[in-house]
Design a protein around this ligand. Sequence first.
Ligand code: AMP
Ligand code: GLY
Length: 430
Amino acid sequence: MDMKILVVGGGGREHAITTALSRNTDTGIYAVMAKSNPGIARIARKVLNVKETQVAPIRDFALENGIDLAVIGPEAPLEAGIVDALEGAGIGCVGPTRAAARLETDKAFCRTMMERHGIAGCPQYRVFHGADDAVAFVRDTDRDLAIKPIGLTGGKGVRIMGEHVDTAGAVAYIREIGGDVVLEERLIGEEFTLQAFVDGRHIVPMPLVQDHKRAYTGDEGPNTGGMGSYSLADHRLPFVTERDYEKAFRIMQDAVAAMAAEGVPYRGILYGQFMNTAQGPKVIEFNARFGDPEAMNVLSLLTSDFSGMVCRMTEGTLTPGQVSFAPKATVCKYVVPAGYPEKPHAGDPIRIGDTGDALVYYANVVEEQGVLYTQTSRSLALVGLGDTLAEAEQITERAATAISGNIRHRSDIGTQAVLDRRCAHMRSLR
Ligand code: AMP
Ligand code: GLY
């Protein structure tokens, strides 16, 4: 049966989503994106180029084209109420309503919700609505804090004392962002990502992934949207024990149950970002969507029919038996414009050479007369799959070096040396 699925968003994550959906040849893909991602445009039957937060024209486009279901990639349209509008027009969505998306879009809501329901893994935190009070708190405490603007910041808004800023820098930053802020204890450990498909009631986990936020090799430099990520063939990570994993999954289940109990049932992709500490996993944040880059790791491994899963998620009938992933390791590396993230150089031509067995996902690039040009955000992602991490890393690294232009990537992501360092760090904490 022919099914029409609308995908909202134009990044690497959404290219991975459309690629996964298109493996079902009965699925017709329609796309909405601000700028035309050449990879998505090649797959889609029809494209609407408007900002992803323009809810009314997107709903009209969906109705005119007889769309059955929609998958929402980024967080901004969720916050703009796109799911409320599409569901109001009878179109089932993979993505939470605006109210349920507050799990991501309002960091104060996320923390108070966890506290109200006694959900494990919540760091000590305080919410402030005023710079003077927040500044006084920072000056009074002798502990390092994480400073988090309450609203969306594209993954670049958090400052960690002792890592990015000292006390004076923290004070200046709170004044700069205006004082609507969550201050929480600085967590020490190793980060990991657990994503899950949620149909409103059931929650089905995906393989664990580790992202790399820092701009430069060796985890140096400012935070970015994510420079790359890896996963292992057993779908776990060696610095996350079975007990840690079970705790983290339980936290996700409890969050879904809590949202339902609050009358805002959660449907969509739930992304849990955890810090594995000496005391086990703590929640850094929840996101109301796939991670970018983590979507590219897991969706490249998905062996079950994603279109069918999307259908069952909107019906509330998803079961673990309907979801399967190849037992392979993945490494994803983003190629980014020179100067990214602080002073990205846009408008430079890039050429894709021989990328071998790697999957190529387009992100923030435009194509003019057959030539690709960089924009201000991440350009292309390369994903290698292998029986071992080393095999996957080599496929990806070779492909990344086959991209030429005024660009760079992190060559260390997915290497054994980095994995060994993560494991040694975790051992030193326990
Ligand atoms: P977020 O925007 O919440 O994803 O945070 C961006 C990055 O800041 C995370 O990937 C972590 O590396 C770091 N971070 C956030 N919260 C904390 C915390 N409480 N302690 C330590 N690091 C944190
Ligand atoms: N990879 C982090 C994020 O998507 O927020």
